[in-house]
Structure formats: C-alpha cells, structure tokens
Design a protein around this ligand. Structure first.
Ligand SMILES: [Fe+2]
Length: 270
C-alpha cells in the first residue's frame, strides 16, 4: 500500500469476492500476474533479503494465476497473526491505518493493465502480495507495520504526513545490510524491476537509517528514489516499534524537512 492515495479517482475497480469468498479474474489479468511474477523472480535473486525469500517460500505463490486472498491469509495468520483485507482501489487514510492497526493488510483486488506493466500510481494486487506479503511473515516487520497503523490512527493530519515518510523509507523503500551484502526489503522496490536495479546501484544515495532523518526526508511517489535508508538488521524495525515514535515525529517536526534532492514535479514534467 502506498501511503498517498491519489486525489483523482482511479480507473481501476477492485473485483469483489463471491459468496464463498472466491475472487474471479480474467485470463488477461492472470497472464499479467504471470508476466510480472516471472520477471521479478529473476530480478530479485541475490538482491532481496533472506527474510523475504523465506516468506516467499512459505506463501508458495502461484506463478500462472493471481492468488486467492484466503490462501495468503492461511500462511500469514500462522506466521505473525496477520491477514489481508480486500479493499477498493483507493481507500481513505483512516481505513488504511485501522486495517494495519488490526493486523490486516489492505489488498486492492485488481491488477494493472498490460499498458501499465512497469508503473502505475495505485498499488495493485501484485504490489501488495508479491511486494509486501512475504515480509509480513517476518515478526519484526509485521510488528512495526502494526505499530505504524496504531500511531497513524491516533495522529493528527500533520503528524500523519511525517509518519508517512517513515513508512515510505522502510516498508516501501527500505534496504538492509546483511552478511551477504546490501539487500532489499521494501515492497515498493520489490514489485518494480527498475527500482530493484536502481536501489542497489551507485546512482542513488544510501544513508544509514536514522528514524528522525527518515521522518524529515521528502519524497516523490512517481520517480525512482534518489535516496534510500539502510538498516543493519530487520530487528531494527522491532526496536523502532518499541520506541516512542511520536516523540521522534515531534522532533522531526521541530527540525523541519530536509531540502528535496529531486526536482519538483512540475519542473520535472516540463
Ligand atoms: Fe505498498
């Protein structure tokens, strides 16, 4: 789930489950899943962290069709007590935080069109399932995500904007240093072939993770990220979940935002 739902309505419509909870997709939609999954399985090798690979193995996602949420739930519930929640293409912030706080990961049950194979603004089922669900089998990642939901629910509008940056720099675009080398754990990277290569290349800046720095870092959702924060271990997310994150938010608010390292959207599009 990206944290910034678009203001304009989505062209996508989520498929609704039938009376048995089964969600039907078209052959084209299944084939889009297959294309995305096969392409990304090749890309992530040697680039994602072991915890992600462990989760992927547990989930045993089908390659030739879009998985059913109940099959994902069975694995997540057993691993960390999480499950998915079927939602429309775009949901209000409050619903997003409520779901995360109750260990339900929102999944919009639609998949991108073949024309938008490489990038779409709305998080689709490939992003949510392939990008995020393997990591949700990891206790530290799962704990941090639920804590983020609880804090977001209680936060003011301004505090939420800061919290969203922390989520962006970890759950969506986080990197981790491992004995085998630098690896990806952020779902926004894992579901994007371009970002998978870019994030570990010499092009972007890599900073050691500091929560206040992350809270102060502006970002754009429609470009390859110019800056990534690197944690030492996934336990960092467990430790962070047990800190007073709102005190860190207030410190970040007092210090203010860093200058953006990217061009503003209008100028970049000109
Ligand atoms: Fe996401």
């Amino acid at each position: 789930m990206n944290d910034k739902p678009a203001k304009k309505p989505s062209k996508y419509q989520a498929h609704q489950p039938d009376a048995d909870g089964f969600i039907q997709y078209s052959d084209t939609e299944h084939s889009t899943w297959q294309t995305l999954m096969q392409r990304q399985l090749g890309m992530i090798e040697g680039r994602v962290c072991q915890e992600y690979l462990d989760g992927l193995e547990r989930l045993a996602l089908p390659e030739d069709r879009i998985p059913q949420l109940k099959d994902i739930d069975r694995v997540l519930l057993k691993s960390t007590g999480w499950q998915t929640a079927q939602v429309p293409a775009l949901i209000p912030f409050n619903t997003f935080f409520e779901l995360l706080a109750s260990k339900r990961f929102p999944v919009a049950t639609f998949i991108r069109t073949p024309e938008e194979l490489d990038y779409l603004q709305e998080p689709d089922i490939f992003h949510e399932i392939f990008g995020h669900c393997p990591m949700l089998t990891n206790p530290s990642f799962a704990e941090f995500t639920a804590t983020y939901g609880k804090l977001g629910l209680a936060a003011s509008k301004e505090e939420r904007v800061y919290l969203a940056r922390l989520y962006w720099m970890t759950v969506e675009f986080g990197l981790v240093d491992t004995p085998a080398g630098r690896r990806i754990y952020g779902g926004g990277i894992i579901s994007s072939p371009k970002e998978t290569l870019h994030s570990l290349s010499d092009v972007p800046t890599h900073h050691p993770f500091d929560p206040v720095d992350a809270l102060r870092t502006p970002y754009r959702i429609d470009i390859l990220q110019p800056l990534y924060y690197v944690i030492d271990d996934l336990r960092t997310l467990h430790d962070l979940a047990n800190r007073d994150i709102m005190a860190l938010v207030h410190e970040a608010m007092r210090l203010g935002l860093f200058a953006p390292t990217f061009e503003p959207k209008q100028a970049a599009n000109a």
